[in-house]
Design a protein around this ligand. Structure first.
Ligand code: XIL
Length: 355
């Protein structure tokens, strides 16, 4: 009798839960508690993906911030710590202090690490950017840099942005120092050298304004198709997704992710933030939330979209205000580490996909 009643009560509670209803106070409290403890990282894992946040080294000393990041996310990317200026400040002299700090933090918190980035036109050390190199010299500098850095982080970094921002808006190659000195072959070579240094790391090309279809993402589509045909080791395409409300939502984002997946590479959203023109207000934050949900859903709709990384998670630490004056409030948590509507939108999208 007693047992029957218990079972009936359990069944009723389960039915009510399934219906999304609050049941007896005790059961509700347990549910709410459980809900609060499920992190974005865990929700993403239920869909076979990760949800990460970038972190810059100085932010590790902001204890509340670093602790919450370590708790809520299951992946991280160094905001600056693995860039060339940091890792090879003098020719042939490597310094892994900043990157190691983030790798150690990630290990302590159980996060996996995306490496960012092996080559980029920006944040190069001046010995490199101001040098007058022959093609052979620069090729050997690039090969040595990639080899040393990837070897150092072998087994600690699961994916690398091998080449960052290598095309222009019209889809032509960006005339960075590597292109100007070596020509376009530096891209395939960089991927091959990275693969030789860590055959297990997933190797990506990464850029902004490639989330939707258009000339720039078309260029990457063509390039990756060619790299695959040439059997160059390319595993993924990173869409930075530095979005801004005033420019509109990327055109056909889901279809665009899908076409890269159909080429046989993974896709990752690597640096997501959605800035608004300041001052922010409830209307803008609601639209921002809608966009965060749409980006999350676009990724979740494609099996090979393997994860999402926000470029910092709180408006307390964001690159936006210094680079885009008058803009900001781009992240899902505010300056006080309180959730914004964007957080709920991400959470709802992940929850729906994982159930
Ligand atoms: C940004 C960092 O967040 C800043 O701290 C730094 O001053 C400049 O670079 N695209 C990228 C990232 O690939 O490396 C950039 O990170 C943001 C734009």
């Amino acid at each position: 009798m007693r047992r029957t009643r218990t079972r009936a009560a359990t069944l009723a509670a389960a039915t009510a839960l399934l219906a999304g209803l609050a049941v007896a106070p005790a059961a509700h409290a347990v549910t709410a508690h459980h809900h609060a403890e499920t992190t974005l990282g865990q929700l993403a894992e239920r869909t076979g993906r990760y949800f990460g946040s970038a972190v810059d080294n100085p932010e590790l000393t902001d204890t509340d911030y670093a602790n919450l990041l370590g708790k809520e996310f299951d992946a991280t990317t160094p905001g600056n710590g693995m860039k060339w200026y940091a890792t090879e400040p003098q020719r042939g002299v490597f310094d892994f202090t900043a990157g190691d700090e983030i790798v150690n933090y990630a290990r302590a918190k159980g996060l996996k690490v995306r490496g960012h980035t092996l080559l980029w036109h920006s944040q190069l050390p001046s010995w490199l950017s101001s040098g007058a190199w022959t093609a052979d010299e620069l090729r050997s500098i690039l090969k040595n840099h990639i080899t040393q850095v990837v070897k150092h982080y072998k087994g600690k970094v699961f994916a690398w942005d091998v080449a960052n921002e290598i095309t222009n808006e019209d889809g032509t190659y960006r005339e960075n120092i590597f292109y100007k000195t070596i020509g376009p072959s530096y891209i395939a070579d960089a991927l091959r050298w990275a693969h030789a240094a860590d055959p297990k790391a997933k190797l990506y090309l990464n850029d902004y304004n490639v989330e939707g279809t258009g000339a720039k993402s078309d260029a990457y589509y063509t390039l990756i198709k060619q790299l695959k045909a040439d059997r160059v080791p390319i595993d993924g395409f990173g869409m930075q997704a530095h979005l801004a409300l005033q420019y509109g939502f990327p055109y056909q984002m889901r279809q665009n992710i899908q076409r890269f997946a159909d080429l046989g590479v993974d896709v990752a959203i690597t640096e997501l933030d959605i800035r608004v023109i300041l001052p922010s207000d409830a209307t803008k934050l609601a639209q921002q939330a809608d966009w965060y949900g749409r980006v999350t859903n676009a990724c979740l709709a494609v099996r090979r979209c393997v994860g999402i990384t926000v470029w910092g998670y709180s408006d307390r630490h964001s690159w936006i205000p210094s680079v885009f004056p008058g803009e900001g409030a781009a992240l899902p948590w505010d300056e006080n580490l309180v959730h914004k509507p964007a957080y709920d939108a991400i959470r709802n999208a992940l929850t729906a996909a994982g159930s």
